[in-house]
Design a protein around this ligand. Structure first.
Ligand SMILES: *Cc1c(COP(=O)(O)O)cnc(C)c1O
Length: 251
């Protein structure tokens, strides 16, 4: 929704509402302060879905700073961690609450030693089979995600983006005469991309996907006749076969 107003959230509140979910992205972020202000005023938890909002790495802290109580990031997207992982950040008591729901509680409550995050004094009892048990985070995913997060935070984004831009410029040059445009990282807010204008973008995309090797361009702007080459996971050795496939398929 664009142009969110405070009354729209307030009109939806009732005694059974305990949290508001907010899907943040480049378009919706202008409305996040409004959602945060309404939630704060009514003592309601604001949960922000920021699954795909990395990079830039500054976003790891940005939404908490804007007033979110909980923020979720996908571990398997730009973080490059295990596919079935994610980060839940924010208020310690709420993260602890999510953790509590994941635990295997085939133990005697009397002898149970809670993980450090969980304050037993706040609990009336322990859920023996919490609703999150079906979504538990595995130890392999946890270690893999922490490793990926470490690499993500230490990476030199400016150098990475400069290298990606140089490669995209070379790809654009190899498609000489075609209608392509390099959109730099400063403009996308994440990585640079190459926009390729073609008549009948979806038909062209389908042809590329069925090729050998298959090429998958983003179809997000296909309605405007544009396919987007997003190089985030493109390996340098794939540039040449990609150019070849594009040249063969381009009208
Ligand atoms: C990708 C995405 C998800 C799902 O994230 P995964 O943890 O990778 O399954 C949820 N919400 C939004 C807005 C997304 O972009």
């Amino acid at each position: 929704m664009r142009g969110l107003e405070a009354w729209e959230i307030e009109a939806a509140l009732s005694p059974s509402v305990v949290a508001v979910g907010f899907s943040v992205n480049a378009a919706s972020i202008v409305d996040l302060p409004t959602a945060a202000a309404v939630c704060r005023a009514h003592g309601i938890t604001l949960i922000v879905d920021a699954a795909a909002q990395l990079p830039p790495k500054e976003n790891l802290k940005r939404f908490i700073a804007m007033g979110a109580d909980l923020v979720a990031f996908s571990g398997g997207k730009a973080l490059g961690g295990p596919q079935a992982s994610g980060i839940l950040a924010g208020r310690r008591d709420l993260v602890a609450s999510a953790l509590l729901q994941q635990l295997d509680m085939d133990v005697a409550p009397d002898t149970w030693l809670p993980p450090k995050l969980i304050d037993r004094a706040n609990l009336r009892g322990v859920p023996h089979h919490g609703i999150g048990r079906g979504f538990k985070a595995g130890k392999e995913e946890i270690v893999g995600l922490l490793t990926a997060l470490d690499r993500f935070v230490k990476a030199d984004d400016a150098a990475t983006n400069a290298a990606l831009e140089a490669r995209l410029r070379a790809i654009a040059a190899a498609l000489n005469g075609r209608d392509v445009m390099l959109v730099p990282a400063v403009k996308t807010g994440r990585v640079p991309v190459l926009e390729i204008a073609v008549p009948d973008a979806l038909a062209f995309s389908a042809r590329l996907q069925r090729g050998d090797p298959p090429v998958h361009l983003s179809e997000r702007h296909a309605a405007r006749g544009i396919l987007t080459l997003d190089p985030q996971v493109l390996l340098p050795e794939h540039d040449a076969p990609l150019v070849e496939a594009l040249r063969a398929a381009l009208p």
